[in-house]
Design a protein around this ligand. Sequence first.
Ligand code: NOJ
Length: 514
Amino acid sequence: MIYQVYPRSFQDSDGDGVGDLAGIEQRIDHIAGLGVDALWLSPIFPSAMADFGYDVADYRGIEPMFGTLADFDRLLAAAHARGLRLLLDLVPNHTSDRHPWFVESRSSRDSPQRDWYIWRDPAPEGGPPNNWISDFGGSAWEWDEATGQYYLHAFLPQQPDLNWRNREVRAAMLDVMRFWLERGVDGFRIDVLWHIVKAEGLPDNPPNPRWKPGRNERDRVLQTHSTDQPEAHAISAEMRALADEYSARTGRERVLVGEIFLPYERLARWHGTPERPQVHLPFNFGLMEHRWDAGVIRALIAEYEASLPAWGWPNWVLGSHDAPRIAARLGEGQARIAMMLLLTLRGTPTLYQGDELGIGAVEVPPERVRDPREQRQPGIGLGRDPSRTPMAWDASENAGFSPAEPWLPLHADWRSRNVAAQDADSGSMLALTRALLALRRAEPALELGELALLDAPDGVLAYERRHDGRTLRIVLNLTPREVTVAWRGVPLLSTRAGRAEPGKLRPDEGLVLA
Ligand code: NOJ
């Protein structure tokens, strides 16, 4: 069970309005107390913060705003002392344009590191070498006046893509992984792993016939040639071999999580083969991408389960620093159902900070917008700031997050929606989250059991988890209406206060039954 920490917004310890490593250490018992197994930290490396840490200027250091290597070592020890594993966020597809590798590469066409990045001459008719579009909108190519070539950036111009066809690049990034594995980290979440190799010759991407003006510009073309290349799978296997080497050598298993947005049939390939495994957990974002409807989610679970190779361990993600808050999308009642779903499905769940409080929609006034995706394509719902607002710990100034004005505003109801308040309320989202995590830990059927989908009335999602003669049945009402459903068994947990009533599910009610 993985918990994602967004370091800028977890806890500020030095009063600059931005979270830091010492702050995470101060609050580590909140994470341990939830009952998760691991925390994943979004990037903490030196960065120009053009994309809030996903533009890394030095892979072996700590961003001063977040602290020092000594602070990191202390946090790692504090996590390990509580039985928590710690995963770092490796960003191998691109660096910051301030990274010494890029500074050198850009210095001249003859630089020994020129080939570390993807430089091309203009197209014969002038302009960018091909039609690729940045994920944040606009051409994926930036003109470099001094050396008279374009460089490729799948994200911001300040995030030039590395050339993973270059052997030195591969060796350098594996060395970065070694550096942190030696320091004792338990693995990595690997940023945009399916992006890292581009098709030979960089052909134009095909236009997307379904794209309409006003939608994300990224989707104007299909990313056929810019992502999911066979060579990227080979790199994923190389990274896994390195992680396995450390697992074997130290007796402590290291885990790799791949950030990959692909349809299930293509996603499944990132498990690799038993002889040549790839990442342990290719992130499954299905719950975030599909309509919240019992039939749709049922089909999604069936499709995912069917896509997995026999040796593949499943996983589910419910929220992240890139996606709308689950409670903003579904409302409070259904966010509780979603939490029960996430924590009773088969496979490793990833939980995003703040979702255990049910933080919902946050208004970020235009003058406080920080996210470059919103700044480059404003007003079409792409902004990620609302999901990155600070954690709320208590009802004191700035919710106990910082003595200073936080870098992003808090959610409006932070005075009541905070950890201290929910701690004292047995009906809170926090209490439900803890109870679900505890149940998952106590019941091998939830942690390890097979999953069987059941038939259910409209609006209801039902399945069983079975292990070693023990069966748990989960029935979830995905509507805000009462529904008639003949459930049987002993309720172990409900999303709602009060007694479950046989023969029906109350609005927004979900039950785990023994
Ligand atoms: C995925 C990260 O989660 C996102 O926040 C970032 O902007 C892009 N990758 C680029 O690194």
